[in-house]
Design a binder for this molecule. Structure first.
Ligand code: PEP
Ligand code: MG
Length: 747
């Protein structure tokens, strides 16, 4: 029986190939296909429904139903049995369609005469393009083999649709990847970008879904899988042993590459008439559908791994490497499922924008994108499936919106917005060399945050007076090995050179929590944000910190040096870290290296505990810098990485502002220099409030210096202070509404 059907499906595919080879129009092709399938499957009806928009399916061709219904009959996603197949991406197979839940009678098609119904989704890589249906008068359930045959046909149809084989009149028959699509994601880095798509991993196009020599296809599959296995083993050999995540992925690759089930299913697909490529893609499609339905994160990850592995296999089979011959546009907007920080740095500033299907706000890629000031949208679901190399694309980093192939109206509105931003930039440039002085004559020190050499040119351009926070961990994160002392000291020296005498405050390595070094073993922690991180690691395993402190002293080479320790929660941690600094100085002195001209050693205030540390602590540090991102998450007990809660509490909540004000008061009375270097320092309204409660030094991204300075120069801090005071007196939860109103009056 199976043998019989195998032969049939191969014959059906062979005939299908004949149809495809003919030089006919899209409609004629679809008609021929429905005719052919109905005949081959000895069934009265075969119909093909395709999407005309996101939630409407249209009957595009039929053998057996009323021909007048073609392009007339439509159903919404989820409506009727066809709509159900499309919505759930699951097959419906029934011997009594009219009594099946969801059945909808469509008189114009004349389908009441048909009892049996088999509907199969037409899918490509997990994306449903339509539904193929066979129906018959005789009441019967279609067999496994018949279902399989239709699935294979559906897959070939999907592949042909991708290649534009059915393009004809009407929305449902228009070429794919030509409609405008909008994506809503999350903001990774603000800013607007206009450009053309550059796919980080170009899609492999299968041009030969049907093959007539299964033996040859099996051989091709085996040879390619062998190449794949060897490649995976090699990757495993050279993988960094400490990187748990990478090893897990590679082990999963190896497991799939050796999986008999996977191989067997692909061989069966080939036996039924598919080419080796199409067989790989069919399995990949199934995995993608499962992936979209899987709720278990571990399973989803593994299905992702299978997806990656399938892409690798397809590249081997088709010979289409990452190099497809496509030329990078002059205004590239990078599209990827995910990307590592080092790869992103390789692209560098030439990228106009970045859109990631996954990614996260706190990911290393996001940190790099921020450092390079490239607009980034994360969580743009299905972008890698929809976008083609060269597509015109607009990225709105502020709103987390992406417009792919946008229509005229969107482009005009977007360009207006960009023009407004450009005007604002001009305004900021005009005050670049002016001080950030408020209307009541108070000077606010504008510093910038940095983390890469690439940031340094912004120091002059932005008008910042110093680098208030240099995050040293980026240099560790973008490598897959521990950097050497000489390498670091050279780099730090270059940073100081590039600052042209402006002060730079280096923060020692802040790893742990979300920042995991691929080459350093990390402990399995139930709650990493509250776990073994930053100065805690540094004090427990002082080797790296010692090396880094020595590199800093050596880089200063007699120049002034400013260093701070992250995530200090109690004074002893600072004293211990400070003692390491003294040892580093002593070591350098003994080695005969010049010591820094001046040395400032400070701490970051990122946990509420430090706000209440003894006076001795405040007197011992040379300065304090509030890491508002962490401090706020611990103050409100709301994870800064968790989309569900991260925006829940306002920085301008009176509790938090009062807390910050207490810190300012303590620092003032004890003579401790204080700055604020969290993201909020770069938000104009927040920055104005921080200044109003007495903060005199703000460190922010370079791009924020202009907007913040512009607002400060139009603010009377004494007035704003009383606005905040009144809001508190009146019992407001957040001072934001009244502050925004006050500032608006100043524009
Ligand atoms: C902060 O926590 O506010 C901070 C500046 O450090 P990071 O964002 O690198 O944790
Ligand atoms: Mg922090």
């Amino acid at each position: 029986m199976i043998e019989h059907f195998q032969t049939d499906s191969r014959q059906m595919l062979a005939r299908l190939r004949g149809v495809m080879a003919e030089d006919s129009a899209g409609q004629a092709r679809l008609d021929q296909i429905t005719h052919l399938i109905a005949a081959e499957m000895f069934t009265e009806v075969c119909s093909i429904y395709l999407f005309r928009d996101d939630d409407t399916l249209e009957l595009c061709a039929t053998q057996g139903l009323n021909a007048d219904a073609v392009h007339q009959t439509r159903m919404r996603l989820g409506e009727g049995l066809v709509g159900r197949v499309a919505k759930t991406s699951r097959i419906v197979n029934t011997d009594d369609a009219p009594s099946t839940r969801g059945f909808r009678y469509m008189p114009e098609t004349g389908e009441e005469a048909y009892t049996s119904f088999l509907g199969v989704p037409i899918q490509r890589l997990g994306e449903t393009l339509g539904v193929i249906v066979v129906q018959s008068k005789q009441s019967r359930k279609y067999s496994e083999e018949e279902i399989y045959a239709i699935e294979v046909v559906a897959m070939v149809i999907a592949e042909m649709a991708e290649l534009g084989a059915f393009v004809g009149e009407g929305a449902a028959m228009s070429a794919r990847h030509q409609h405008p699509v909008m994506f809503h994601g999350g903001t990774g880095q603000e800013g607007a970008a206009e450009g053309h798509v550059w796919l980080h991993e170009p899609r492999v196009v299968v041009t030969n879904p049907i093959a007539d020599d299964p033996q040859r296809e099996r051989e091709r599959l085996h040879e390619s899988v062998e190449t794949l296995r060897v490649g995976v083993d090699r990757m495993l050999d050279t993988a960094a042993s400490g990187d748990k995540e990478q090893l897990e992925v590679l082990e999963a690759y190896r497991m799939f590459a050796n999986s008999k089930g996977w191989m067997r299913r692909m061989e069966e697909d080939i036996t039924r008439g598919l080419s080796a490529e199409a067989a790989v893609e069919k399995e990949q499609s199934t995995a993608r559908t499962r992936m979209s339905q899987a709720t278990d994160p571990y399973l989803r990850e593994r299905l992702h791994d299978l997806d990656d592995l399938s892409n690798r296999l397809l590249r081997i089979l088709t010979g289409q490497g990452a190099e497809t011959g496509a030329e990078m546009p002059s205004d590239p907007v990078l599209i990827a499922r995910n990307i590592g920080p080092a790869e992103l740095l390789d692209y560098g500033r030439k990228l106009k924008g970045i859109v990631l299907e996954e990614g996260s706000v706190g990911s290393h890629a996001a940190i790099v994108a921020r450092a390079l000031a490239i607009p980034l949208v994360v969580h743009a679901e299905r972008i890698t499936t929809e976008a083609l190399n060269g597509d015109y694309i607009l990225v709105d980093g502020e709103q987390g919106a992406v417009h792919l192939r946008p229509d005229e109206n969107v482009v005009t509105a977007f360009r207006d917005k960009m023009a407004m931003q450009a005007k604002a930039q001009e305004r900021y440039a005009s005050i670049r060399d002016k001080p950030a002085e408020t209307l009541d004559g108070i000077h606010i020190n504008m510093h910038m945050n940095a983390g890469l050499m690439a940031d340094l040119p912004s120091l002059d351009g932005s008008g910042a007076e110093a680098v208030g926070l240099f995050r040293t961990e980026l240099q560790f994160l973008i490598r897959n090995y521990m950097p050497k002392r000489a390498e670091l000291s050279k780099l730090y020296a270059r940073v100081m050179d590039a600052a042209h005498g402006k002060p730079v405050t280096f923060r020692t390595l802040d790893i742990g929590s979300d920042k995991v070094l691929p080459y350093m073993k990390s402990a399995e922690e139930p709650n990493p944000a509250l776990g073994w991180r930053a100065v805690r690691i540094a004090l427990d395993r002082p080797g790296v910190m010692r090396m880094q402190l020595q590199a800093l002293v050596r880089a200063a080479a007699g120049r002034p040096l400013s260093v701070m320790f992250p995530f200090v929660a109690q004074q002893e941690e600072f004293f211990a870290a400070r003692a390491e600094m003294d040892k580093a100085l002593e070591r350098e002195r003994i080695l005969g290296h010049p010591l820094p001209e001046t040395l400032r050693v400070g701490a970051m205030l990122e946990t509420p505990s430090l706000a209440y540390a003894p006076d001795t602590f405040y007197r011992s540090v040379d300065f304090l810098s509030i890491g508002g991102n962490d401090l706020k998450q611990f103050f409100f007990a709301a994870d800064r990485e968790n989309e569900l809660v991260r925006r829940r509490y306002d920085t301008l909540n009176v509790s938090f502002l009062s807390f910050l004000e207490n810190i300012v008061t303590r620092c003032t009375s004890l003579g401790t220099p204080l700055s604020f270097c969290g993201e909020d320092a770069g938000r104009p309204v927040e920055a104005a409030c921080l200044a109003a409660i007495g903060m005199r030094t703000l460190s922010m991204r370079p791009a924020s210096v202009g907007p913040v300075k512009s607002v400060l120069r139009r603010t009377d801090l004494e007035e704003l202070r009383s606005v905040i005071h009144d809001a508190r007196e009146n019992g407001l939860q957040s001072v934001r509404p009244v502050v925004v109103e006050y500032l608006r009056g100043k524009l």
